[in-house]
Design a protein. Structure first.
Length: 115
């Protein structure tokens, strides 16, 4: 099965996320700054929706943190008895326009699939 590709931009407080089937993937609020992202993965539940975890992040015991060390690295995670593979492809620089300024940010390119 091919990876479903997606991009998450690294901005202040990292409010961006990606939903795939029963999981949500988002950048952790604090990044290492070296172009190798840390993400959190959690199950899409009513508790997650009510707590707006996709924006603010999940409780530590309700999510799994993954840290990538190299480009094209694949990590496996088990969520609700389903194994997912998450590929960190690379980060690229992109312009991001805030209300009054534009800055260059990292846009992290990932892939996800069921194993």
């Amino acid at each position: 099965m091919k990876f479903k590709k997606f991009t998450i931009q690294e901005t202040a407080f990292n409010p961006y996320f990606f939903k795939y089937e029963d999981i949500t993937i988002k950048l952790c609020c604090v990044q290492k700054g070296n172009g190798l992202p840390d993400i959190e993965v959690f199950e899409n539940t009513k508790e997650a929706e009510k707590g707006e975890w996709c924006i603010y992040g999940a409780n530590d015991e309700k999510s799994e943190a993954l840290s990538f060390k190299i480009q094209n690295e694949i990590k496996t995670i088990l969520v609700k008895n389903v194994e997912y593979e998450i590929l960190f492809e690379r980060c690229k620089k992109e312009k991001y326009k805030y209300s009054k300024i534009t800055e260059i940010i990292n846009a992290c390119i990932f892939g996800v699939r069921k194993k």
